[in-house]
Design a protein around this ligand. Structure first.
Ligand code: CDP
Ligand code: CDP
Length: 214
């Protein structure tokens, strides 16, 4: 069973994807970490994120240690990630790794922006997690501060708005709900209730899958 979890920045999709993975005993891939690792590789090399071919080279070459580097979570890395992720060549380079993860026997949970639309369009369940911008900014500010990154609410909010716009407006794999995705608005939900709603949505999607045509 493959579960696709997409949504805008700081909507809670990673938290939900991890909880679903643990609930169903499936491996989980945070695909945003791949784009953040490419961004950090570019930042550390002092290269230009607008250069598509250079960014694709970083996407081919970055070391897996970057996936666990705390600096991938910074505001700057997030902003650069949304610039490099608009390059088709970067997305193509990261595609095989994500598809292979989704194709594991037994299934997987992946979260990102294009899991239900591009990476795993045949996923058994597709969720599109959203939350209001003020709540998302509040959550991300608290998370950044807890990790020791600089975090000022208005600046974080401005970043999230800019990143969402870039992710929605790009030509390749723009952020949007996949056909048939369940929209899960978590603005007023705590983590426990959001996870319960997600499990309910996955169960409903699986139920539909075993009753074709209903
Ligand atoms: O955690 P957050 O929602 O803030 O971002 P993320 O999932 O770590 O993703 C960082 C950036 O990578 C996003 O703003 C997107 O530009 C890009 N991304 C993407 O294009 N496609 C994905 N499947 C995942 C992330
Ligand atoms: O993966 P994404 O960027 O969409 O968001 P996340 O990393 O799952 O969640 C961002 C922050 O919001 C985390 O610190 C979560 O603990 C918190 N969160 C929350 O307060 N309430 C929720 N319903 C979901 C997440």
């Amino acid at each position: 069973m493959v579960i696709a979890v997409d949504g805008p920045a700081a909507s809670g999709k990673g938290t939900i994807a991890k909880a679903l993975a643990s609930h169903y005993g499936l491996p989980h891939l945070d695909t945003g970490a791949l784009y953040r690792a490419v961004a950090l590789s570019i930042i550390r090399a002092g290269d230009d994120p607008a250069d598509a071919e250079g960014a694709a080279r970083h996407a081919r070459m970055f070391g897996d240690d970057l996936l666990h580097d705390p600096d991938i979570r910074s505001r700057r890395t997030g902003a650069v990630a949304s610039v490099v992720s608009a390059h088709g060549r970067v997305r193509d380079t990261l595609l095989a790794r994500q598809r292979a993860f989704a194709a594991q026997p037994g299934g997987a949970v992946l979260d990102g922006r294009d899991i239900g639309t591009v990476i795993a369009p045949d996923a058994a369940a597709k969720l599109f997690v959203t939350a209001g911008i003020d709540e998302r900014a509040r959550r991300r500010t608290a998370e950044l501060a807890a990790r020791g990154h600089d975090a000022e609410l208005e600046a974080v909010k401005t970043d999230l708005i800019a990143r969402d716009e870039r992710d929605r407006d790009r030509d390749v794999a723009p952020l949007r709900p996949a056909p048939g995705a369940t929209i899960l608005d978590t603005t007023a939900l705590g983590i426990e209730d959001a996870v319960a709603a997600a499990i309910e949505a996955v169960e409903a999607a699986r139920g539909e899958a075993v009753r074709p045509g209903t």
